[in-house]
Ligand binder design. Sequence first.
Ligand code: FES
Length: 107
Amino acid sequence: MADSLEGYYPAIEEKALEENTMKLASVDGVKILFIKQKNKIYVIDNRCPHQACGFSGGKLDDEFIVCPCHDWRFNLESGEYEAKPFYKLKFYEYKIVSGKIYVKLDD
Ligand code: FES
């Protein structure tokens, strides 16, 4: 039997996400940012944990995403802002089924 997609919402096609790019999508009204870096996909809340600026206007720098508002650099693996790890990215769980990325939103 296929994996259950209960609680998951269809988002974007996996192939729409190219290496070293990010793509913003609205998933059930929530702004979600999809990132592909070093062949890995990260799915995060588009709002920066500092003052809620949109990461989609920022840039990728190796294993970091850099917020456009105050240039804080967040590590994509740990989610932590390098200077104050208390500030962390919010990651969403996802599954890829038949080439489409599905995101699990909070209840
Ligand atoms: S809002 Fe992102 S670093 Fe300040």
